[in-house]
Each structure stands twice: as C-alpha cells, then as structure tokens.
Ligand binder design. Structure first.
Ligand SMILES: [Zn+2]
Length: 370
C-alpha cells in the first residue's frame, strides 16, 4: 500500500502541518486542506468521460466494497418544465453518499498505518465509516448521542464498530470523540480532507453520465448540512473544467431545513435561526459546519444560492418522490423541496440538466408523517 500524502495547509491562516499528527490546524483550529489534492490527470478524467470503470481514486489506493456508479433517474414530471434527474446515492454499499468519502478516508488511514479511528455520528457517516473500517481491518469507535435511533445504531454495530453513547448535546458528543484522539485517530468526515477527495467522484460520475446523453450539467441541488458532498463535487467540477472536459461550472445550490440553516445567512437576509433539532431532515442538522467558509464561497462562485425549506415542504417532496418509485430518506427529499423554491424560469431556461443529489436510501429511516 502506497503511503498517501499527509501534508496539509490551513486555508484560513496558511499554517502547514501533517494530517497524521493533527486533525485540525494547530494555529487556528480550522479544517485542513491537502497540499496535493491528488486530482486525476486530464487523461484519466477524459478516459472516465468516455467509458465506465475509470480510476478516479487510483492515486489513493482506496478501500473498495464494489461501489457502483449510482443511477440517474429522470424526474422531469416533478419539475415543471425543467430537465431534472435524481442521482440515487442510496445505491452505494451502506445506503448513502458517505461511502464516496469513507472509501478515500479509510484508504488514507490504511496507508498511514492507522489501525484505530474515532468518529462522531449517529447516522449515515457512522454506518459508512464503520463499514469501510471493517473492510480495511481498522478498529472503529463511534461516539453517538444517547438519543440516537436504535435502527441506525444497529447498522453501525453490525459492522463491528464500538458504539459509545454520550449524554448531552451534539457538541458534547463531538468533544468526546475528539478527546479519544490520544489512542485513536479522530477522522470526522466534516474535518478530514480525504473525505472530499472521495466525494468529488460525484461530479466525475454526473459529468460522465450526462455526456453519454449529449447533455451537460446546468445545476446541482444538494441537501446541505456540513457541505461535504457539495464541496467535494465543487472540487470535482473544477478539475473537469480545468481539464477542458466541461464548458462551464454548474450552479451549485444548497438546501437547508428551516430548523437549521446556518449557511443560508450568506445568501438571504431572512434566514431562520432554528434550534438545529426537530426536523425530519436529520442528516443536515449541522449547527456549525467546520468548512462553512469554503462551502459558501464555492456556492457563490458558481452563481448558486442556499434556499431554506419548511417541514411540510420536505414531507411533501418525500411523498412525491416515493409515489414516483424513488424512496429516499427525508433528508434527501429537501433537494426536491429546494428545487421548488428556485425561480421556475431559471431552471426552465437553463441549457442543460438539473441534478438532485438524492443522498441516502429511505430504507434506513422512519418515513415522515404524510
Ligand atoms: Zn489555521
């Protein structure tokens, strides 16, 4: 196994460091970026656009659980005249997009001989990291809120991860996982830059799939919590643009629940200041996304925005997707609810397709009241 590069730089204060020794900037406590993002060569990216089975993560020696290219399903009938596809991330091995990031992140852990990892998550990230750690023979400790749902914990435990229930707030859970860093590597998907190396494959796949139909990506709508899928996709589309493989950056749109919309404040004066609890979109209730600055800058650079949706809109979108045969978790339904909030004329006039990032399977979560 090749040793993956662990040289990191802080985008906030320019400090440099080694990811093996510190999971966040030692000067300002911000999230690290990689010095070398291991961007595939234009030839490798182009090969991917021309065929299937590309090696977009070859520089990393990622862990594999046989990941498919996730399907795109046409949803024009739900979109009032725009060309819209849903990308079904629930078809990944553990049922969510998190597998994209986990396979790269655990690939890095394995390459630096880290055999014990600590994370904090009660949901899809915990299950995904537990699965990829199982595949790579890495011990995985998952810190969860004492209130976490039994169904999600069952999946995490089934992979052999140790679950530590923590009383208190979500930040108390994070603190507990961070302080385990004496004996284990703290490797949160929100902080570790290798997670973004993995999630950028979302962009490579979408561009490949649309190129095969003679179309291109005009915009992508993401459920937005920590922004790890949106930011990785941004990196991916930037790489494709630099290689001359796409003609323009797609507009990136984030959707937050009114119950928790900290990233909306850069885009609207009327952002709600919710409690970050009590929403059926539990996967995006992130009060303080570590990479908030990078995420909002990426959205703004592409001419995108952050829209805020209310609970009844999420439940309605969830039902509409299910009645089309697409069963996603409520968090993912925010993408369709958000699309509905965008000015209709903009999506109809766009030359190219709108992609809804349907981030996780509905099979893991309780359905919302309909
Ligand atoms: Zn810093």
């Amino acid at each position: 196994v090749a040793v993956a590069d662990s040289a990191v730089v802080c985008p906030h204060c320019d400090a440099v460091g080694d990811l093996r020794h510190s999971w966040r900037c030692t000067s300002c406590n911000g999230p690290w970026d990689l010095v070398d993002w291991l961007i595939p060569s234009p030839a490798d990216l182009g090969a991917g656009l021309a065929s299937t089975g590309p090696s977009w993560l070859a520089a990393l020696d990622p862990v594999s659980l046989g990941e498919p290219v996730t399907p795109l399903v046409g949803l024009d009938d739900l979109a009032q005249g725009a060309k819209v596809y849903g990308k079904l991330e629930g078809s990944l091995p553990t049922g969510s997009f998190k597998d994209r990031g986990s396979r790269a992140l655990v690939g890095w852990l394995r390459s630096v001989c880290s055999d014990h990892v600590a994370i904090d998550s009660s949901g899809n990230a915990g299950a995904s990291m537990a699965a990829y750690c199982a595949a790579a023979d890495v011990d995985c400790d998952v810190y969860v809120p004492a209130t976490a749902s039994a169904a999600k914990l069952a999946q995490i435990r089934a992979y052999g991860a140790r679950v530590f229930a923590v009383d208190g707030s979500r930040s108390d859970v994070t603190e507990a996982a961070m302080s385990a860093g004496d004996v284990a590597t703290y490797a949160s998907h929100m902080w570790n830059p290798y997670f973004l190396v993995g999630t950028r494959t979302f962009a490579f796949e979408v561009a490949t799939q649309l190129a095969a139909t003679g179309s291109s990506v005009a915009s992508v709508v993401f459920p937005l919590g920590s922004g790890s899928l949106l930011l990785g996709a941004y990196h991916g589309f930037r790489a494709l643009l630099s290689a001359g493989l796409i003609a323009r950056m797609p507009r990136l749109v984030g959707v937050q629940a009114a119950a928790c919309a900290p990233l909306a404040r850069s885009f609207t004066d009327a952002f709600p200041d919710g409690p970050c609890s009590g929403s059926i979109a539990e996967g995006i209730l992130v009060a303080k996304p570590p990479r908030a600055d990078a995420v909002t800058a990426a959205i703004a650079e592409t001419g995108g925005t952050v829209v805020v949706v209310e609970e009844p809109e999420i439940a309605s979108a969830h039902t509409q997707l299910a009645r089309r045969g697409v069963y996603v978790e409520p968090t993912s339904a925010t993408a369709l609810a958000g699309l509905r909030r965008l000015p209709r004329s903009e999506e109809q006039a766009a030359d190219g397709a709108t992609i809804l990032a349907l981030t996780g399977s509905g099979l893991k979560s309780a359905a919302p009241p309909s």
